[in-house]
Design a protein around this ligand. Structure first.
Ligand code: ASP
Length: 335
């Protein structure tokens, strides 16, 4: 997920929005039914779908394989996100993530299933697969969030291994940053690149996951949108799901992912909902959005998708019809 290289060298397929026709999944929202667990599904078979922020080919392919084998959406998004967490070259997720100002890599993650269950970990050191820890919080505790040392202790108790997350490359980048210690979010540089992933399985169920090392060189203790329900991720199996990347403070102030799902509930397409959510950020009086990026992805129950960002060069991967593509998102700032 080397976005800078990706920007320079790779040509993206497709342009602008992807409002995938509901026809492609061969389902009809009017034919809703409920499965044994009382969850909303559809009468017609659904072809699996995965959508994820940024150029995340392998992560999406991994999730798609889980779904094609008949696996659940929650397993798919967890397995997909683990790919980026293990990718040491990606400097914004998992091992190899850029550290905070003190040189500590701290990870945030959350996961949400088709039943509306949610689990998250915030500011975790020394554990690579925080998405799986978030799932354990969701499934094995009476809580929804664990933070810092408590989350790390819980992870170790659950069998996760402690390891040093600061790679040589990220340490070097941090040391270079320290020479000036300038902190300012800048668009489209390698200081944010969260993976947010949404999937629909063969039963028509939707789940989502989001994992990040947060903004590079953040203040120690800073938490962004990514592990916060309704901020970096929200899923409602009756309606759809949304996920965010970019400057988390701006996403949180507008509760972006929840907003998108609620807009879809009111009848907006995923594309319209993403555009309105970006509008909420950029249209605030006096808001200088020139130096920060926010990007959203969304999917609805019919398998229609949307994506929108403030600035150019936000892209996302989508798997549908047995094809995995990276697509450049449409964006607001065309001036
Ligand atoms: N949204 C993340 C955060 O603010 C950053 C990112 O998307 O890379 O922590």
């Amino acid at each position: 997920m080397k976005r800078r290289n990706f920007i320079k060298k790779t040509s993206v397929t497709g342009l602008g929005l992807v409002a995938v026709s509901s026809a492609f999944i061969g389902c009809n929202s009017d034919t809703k039914t409920s499965d044994k667990k009382g969850l909303s599904s559809t009468l017609n078979p659904i072809r699996p779908l995965v959508i994820a922020t940024w150029k995340t080919d392998l992560a999406v392919e991994t999730a798609a394989k889980v779904l094609e084998k008949g696996g659940s959406a929650i397993d798919a998004v967890e397995q997909g996100c683990r790919i980026e967490e293990a990718n040491e070259e990606g400097q914004s997720v998992g091992k190899g993530g850029l550290p905070d100002r003190d040189g500590d890599v701290t990870l945030d993650a959350c996961i949400m299933d088709e039943k509306g269950n949610y689990g998250a970990v915030l500011g975790v050191k020394n554990i690579k697969h925080v998405i799986s820890v978030a799932r354990k919080v969701m499934e094995d505790t009476p809580h929804v969030m664990l933070v810092g040392d408590g989350a790390e202790k819980f992870a170790v108790l659950k069998g996760f291994e402690r390891e040093n997350l600061l790679t040589e490359a990220s340490k070097k980048a941090w040391e270079k940053w320290k020479e000036k210690s300038e902190y300012k979010p800048i668009i489209n540089i390698e200081n944010h690149d969260t993976i947010g992933m949404l999937a629909i399985d063969k039963n028509g169920h939707i789940s989502g996951a989001c994992t990040t090392s947060g903004l590079a060189y953040k203040m120690a203790g800073r938490v962004g949108d990514s592990p916060i329900i309704g901020g970096g991720l929200f899923v409602d199996n009756e309606i759809g799901g949304a996920s965010a990347t970019g400057l988390g403070e701006e996403v949180l102030k507008t509760v972006g992912s929840f907003l998108i799902v609620e807009l879809m509930r009111q009848g907006k397409t995923p594309q319209e909902a993403c555009e309105i959510a970006i509008g909420r950020i950029v249209n605030k009086p006096g808001k200088d959005f020139k130096n920060f990026q926010v990007g959203y992805i969304a999917v609805n129950k019919q398998g229609e998708t949307g994506a929108y960002s403030i600035h150019e060069w936000f892209s996302y991967n989508i798997y549908k019809d047995e094809e995995n593509k990276n697509i450049k998102s449409d964006y607001f700032n065309k001036a």
